[in-house]
Design a protein around this ligand. Structure first.
Ligand code: IDC
Length: 341
């Protein structure tokens, strides 16, 4: 009898230890997430309410993170490890995937459309696994007028949005930066062709629309906005070039109720190089903070240019040390970590 009791006690002890062991290992698994819910789990489906991006409960949401460089040039950064690092070590909740349309290896300029689509799809999968929001950016630049490749855009967004209709973390940016005299009316015509195609597949997704003059003349939208729900308008700034006057314009639009999304910005000048102007960048961050704006920083690459966040001699695609980051990288990482504790 005594023996049976001691066997029972021993068994209970083993079960107890195993139980705690199991608890410990599950704690270790969530340890890398610092015990936080993923951004997607915390916010769910997003929508636009007045000038704000809001979550399912109608509370304001701020998306923030990095934009890739062109994925034709730097496909290696569309990776699971990269996105994990950006979420866990950089505290970001969003990633923008920039697919150029007309530049080197662009979607409409000789790049392999299948490979580019696969990169976009992989990017969306990695973001989803990581619990982040993801922006699919049709990166109009050298083509100036989004109508030049409107048919290609319609086909692309039709195919891509059909995949994500039941996912709540995908946003569509339908034209990065129309420029060189392309008017808001021309952009609006384009948007009116592309948005219904996305809406058919993904009725509630948030759609970001670029604005004239490299997404700076956002005020042109005020008199003639698009007649769709869940649309936001892009404003892009490069702090060493675009200062008070563009912030003033941004404020006027916000006060008039326009939903603004800063889907691209840099701390340097508009060439993507030159020196950083952190005084101006800090002024921009104040505005972003005051209005709870969403913002994506250009760019996630190791190119030898100021706006790239990784040193050109560093080949790592994740877990960069401070020394492996550029001056821009160090500044923006600190911004993400301190602004959104
Ligand atoms: C720049 C890249 C650069 C690349 C060039 C191609 O930083 O490496 O050679 O594009 O034209 C934008 C654009 C963005 C630009 C960036 C800096 O959206 O594509 O990237 N910029 O010039 N608008 C304002 C600045």
């Amino acid at each position: 009898m005594k023996k049976a009791v001691s066997v029972c006690i021993a068994l209970l002890g083993v079960i107890f230890c195993l139980g705690f062991g199991a608890m410990d290992s599950s704690a270790a698994q969530t340890g890398s997430d610092k015990g936080k819910e993923t951004p997607m789990a915390a916010y769910g489906a997003l929508r636009v309410q007045g000038r704000n991006l809001v979550n399912e409960k109608g509370e304001k949401v701020q998306l923030y993170g990095m934009s890739t460089h062109g994925i034709s040039w730097f496909p290696q950064f569309v990776s699971r490890e990269t996105f994990q690092t950006l979420k866990e070590d950089w505290n970001t909740n969003c990633i923008r995937i920039a697919m150029y349309t007309a530049e080197y290896g662009g979607y409409c300029s000789g790049g392999s459309q299948e490979e580019l689509k696969n990169l976009v799809k992989n990017g969306v999968s990695y973001a989803t696994e990581t619990g982040m929001y993801v922006i699919i950016d049709w990166h109009v630049l050298q083509d100036r007028d989004p109508n030049v490749y409107k048919d290609e855009a319609v086909t692309f967004f039709d195919e891509i949005s059909a995949l994500y209709g039941n996912q709540s973390n995908v946003l569509y940016e339908i034209c990065n930066e129309p420029n060189s005299g392309v008017s808001w009316e021309m952009i609006k015509n384009y948007a009116e062709a592309v948005i219904p195609v996305i809406r058919r597949n993904d009725p509630d997704a948030v759609i970001i629309v670029g604005t004239p003059n490299w997404s700076q003349e956002i005020d042109k939208v005020l008199e003639n906005p698009l007649d769709y729900d869940n649309v936001m308008y892009a404003l892009h700034f490069y702090a060493a070039t675009h200062t008070d006057w563009l912030r003033e314009r941004c404020k006027i639009c916000l006060e008039a109720g326009l939903p603004v999304f800063i889907s691209e910005f840099g701390m340097c000048d508009a060439s993507g190089s030159g020196g950083n102007d952190f005084t101006q960048a800090t002024e921009w961050m104040k505005l972003i903070d005051d209005y709870h704006l969403s913002y994506c920083c250009w760019n996630l690459a190791n190119k030898n240019e100021t706006s790239s966040i990784i040193q050109p001699d560093c080949m790592k695609i994740s877990k960069w040390t401070e020394e492996e980051l550029s001056e821009s990288g160090r500044w923006i990482q600190r911004q993400f970590l301190t602004e959104h504790p």
